[in-house]
Design a protein. Structure first.
Length: 278
């Protein structure tokens, strides 16, 4: 009797192992932690997708972005330690942008090539198992976004004032990690004032504030205050449909010579300030 049952037992064990193996593959199809983190980033396009701004073709000058390639520029994986309860990964997410800068000078249309990169810092912790979605990784901290043209010479600092809010930003501070739920918060229907402080030589640049709420984009020019500062203001939406999720207020600085000198390269810097309205 035992000799007859033995083959069936072996077959049952083999099929059980095969089913378990298939289940693991269906949950975790050979991805690495890095694949999981990159996949998780795609679930937050409002944080990591570099906003394409200044592309309205009916303006004096505009950008035409023809290609973009987003990926991890630098990444490091660490085991849990005395200051981190969980295994963690830090990344610099880069979105390489290429295209054409269109502008008009003395009634003639000109073009210059655009090569820029948008950088965002992020921090992830592993709270689950490899079999879990994204292998157990979750996004915990993020930074703002800095978009630089290759070889840019632009520099600036920024003060943001709104109700119960007065924040000063330099570029190192903008790229610091903050808890995902601790980004800037503006109240609905309130004025937000952005004041840029720039070197005297750069005050003649073209400065714009770009705000996107749902499908509507607002472009607000900065006003030169005559004291090496420029100011732009905007009132947050009260539309309930536009209040959810993360958004970027884009501070856009274009070197004046990029527009007024055909021999000068395209030179631009933009800051993406991450915020929520609630």
């Amino acid at each position: 009797m035992k000799s007859r049952l033995f083959p069936y037992i072996l077959i049952t064990i083999f099929l059980s192992l095969l089913i378990i193996s298939c289940e693991k593959r269906s949950v975790n199809p050979g991805t690495t932690d890095w694949d999981a983190v990159k996949s998780l980033i795609t679930q937050y396009p409002d944080i990591f997708a570099a906003d394409v701004f200044g592309t309205e073709s009916d303006t004096l000058f505009y950008r035409e972005i023809t290609s973009r390639n987003a990926d991890i520029e630098i990444g490091n994986q660490h085991e849990a330690d005395s200051s981190h309860m969980f295994e963690y990964i830090t990344v610099i997410w880069g979105d390489s942008l290429k295209g054409t800068f269109h502008y008009r000078l003395d009634g003639t249309s000109y073009q210059k090539p655009i090569t820029s990169i948008a950088l965002t810092n992020a921090y992830f912790e592993k709270w689950g198992e490899n079999r879990d979605p994204y292998r157990g990784w979750i996004l915990k901290q993020v930074s703002g976004t800095v978009t630089n043209s290759v070889g840019t010479t632009r520099n600036l600092s920024l003060n943001i004032i709104s109700e119960d809010l007065d924040v000063f930003l330099s570029e190192p501070y903008l790229l610091q990690l903050v808890k995902k739920d601790s980004t800037l918060v503006f109240k609905p229907g309130k004025q937000v004032t952005f004041t840029i402080d720039v070197p005297e030589a750069d005050t003649s640049d073209f400065f714009y504030l770009h705000i996107k709420e749902d499908s509507t984009t607002k472009t607000i020019p900065f006003t030169n205050n005559g004291d090496e500062t420029l100011t732009a203001s905007w009132t947050t939406t009260t539309d309930p449909g536009a209040l959810s999720g993360y958004k970027h207020a884009i501070i856009d600085d274009i070197n004046r010579e990029s527009v007024t000198d055909t021999t000068y390269k395209y030179d631009s810097k933009a800051w993406g300030i991450l915020y929520r309205i609630k």
